[in-house]
Design a protein around this ligand. Structure first.
Ligand SMILES: [Fe+2]
Ligand SMILES: [Fe+2]
Length: 333
């Protein structure tokens, strides 16, 4: 088994997790306030558990669905080296999904339940993966901007109060940093030694991915009602708007080195704030995509459902094999 089944909450004790218990709740809040980490077997309020299940499972879904736009280009990578890099990156994303599903399973939800929620549309995944990948330059821009934004989002989660999630994120962030670097390096190669057509292709990809990348940090703090509670519980460490600003500040100098123009006429350095100011984000587009009406929502979900259905025989065979093996293993121990 590749789950963290040993850490699962004891099913008999599970009822208490969701029942109000002011004494334990107070002790829990005190542990959080003292900066302690919560392990899977520790008592936790039902709302904390549910918030984590929602966040971790949606994060896992994002990793798995996120494999689709890039896998579209594996067979068309321009060189063997680029193909090997892209293949490794897409496999990493599959691994991230698995660590995260395993972390969510420690909160007493099954993999099947999570997958079902994705397939019937109850669970979301990052809206960025509902955009199409039109050219090879999109591979570089996804690494640079999308993985770059993911790192900004995810580094603070390495200090999340829920320890199994924090541990998964430490490993994931190391790999995300490779993803960002390989994307930036691919773009630099095209911008420094490429033809005019290749440079135009990079600029076009940046034009299409810039704003959706800024949306990856989620709605403005003023419209993010769950954020305050998540911050108080140490699930979220930095606010959406602060992360977005950090990302813009880090990315603008990188764009200058690349020699591309970010598609925002209002983007400029504000010496007073010591940050870059940027133009308004089209939140109606964000909500349209989140609510299922982006360019590729239907296609992405269909691919996941088809993969799940066509892989049923593998799961059945693995379960039948495990059942056969179980008595033998127990006898040996
Ligand atoms: Fe990832
Ligand atoms: Fe990544």
């Amino acid at each position: 088994m590749y789950t963290q089944a040993m850490d699962l909450i004891n099913k008999n004790d599970n009822d208490h997790a969701d029942a109000p218990d002011p004494v334990r709740e107070q002790a829990f809040e005190a542990r959080i306030a003292a900066g302690e980490f919560i392990e899977a077997k520790d008592w936790m309020p039902g709302h904390y558990r549910k918030t984590l299940i929602r966040q971790i499972s949606q994060h896992a879904h994002s990793e798995i669905v996120g494999m689709l736009p890039e896998s579209n280009w594996i067979s068309r990578a321009p060189t063997l080296k680029r193909k090997a890099i892209l293949l490794a990156k897409v496999q990493d994303e599959g691994g991230h999904g698995l660590y995260l599903y395993a972390a969510a399973e420690t909160l007493d939800i099954s993999r099947d339940q999570m997958i079902e929620a994705l397939h019937n549309g109850r669970a979301k995944y990052s809206s960025i993966f509902n955009y199409p990948t039109l050219t090879w330059a999109d591979m570089g821009v996804i690494g640079w901007l999308v993985d770059g934004a993911a790192i900004m989002n995810q580094v603070p989660i390495c200090r999340c109060s829920y320890a199994p999630y924090a541990r998964a994120m430490i490993r994931i962030c190391r790999e995300e940093s490779f993803h960002q670097r390989q994307g930036y390096e691919a773009l630099l190669t095209m911008m420094q030694g490429g033809t005019a057509a290749q440079k135009a292709m990079v600029q076009d990809a940046v034009n299409r991915w810039w704003w959706p990348s800024l949306m990856m940090f989620g709605p403005p703090d003023s419209e993010s009602p769950n954020s305050a509670q998540s911050m108080r519980w140490g699930i979220k460490r930095v606010s959406n708007d602060d992360l977005r600003q950090k990302f813009v500040d880090a990315t603008v100098p990188q764009a200058e080195i690349l020699g591309i123009t970010l598609p925002d006429p209002l983007l400029h350095w504000n010496a007073q704030r010591a940050h870059y100011d940027f133009g308004p984000i089209q939140w109606d587009e964000f909500w349209r995509v989140v609510n299922g009406n982006g360019p590729c929502n239907h296609e992405r979900l269909k691919m996941r459902v088809d993969a799940w259905e066509s892989g049923a025989w593998v799961r059945d065979a693995a379960l039948a094999y495990a059942k056969q093996k179980t008595p033998q293993t127990t006898a040996q121990t």
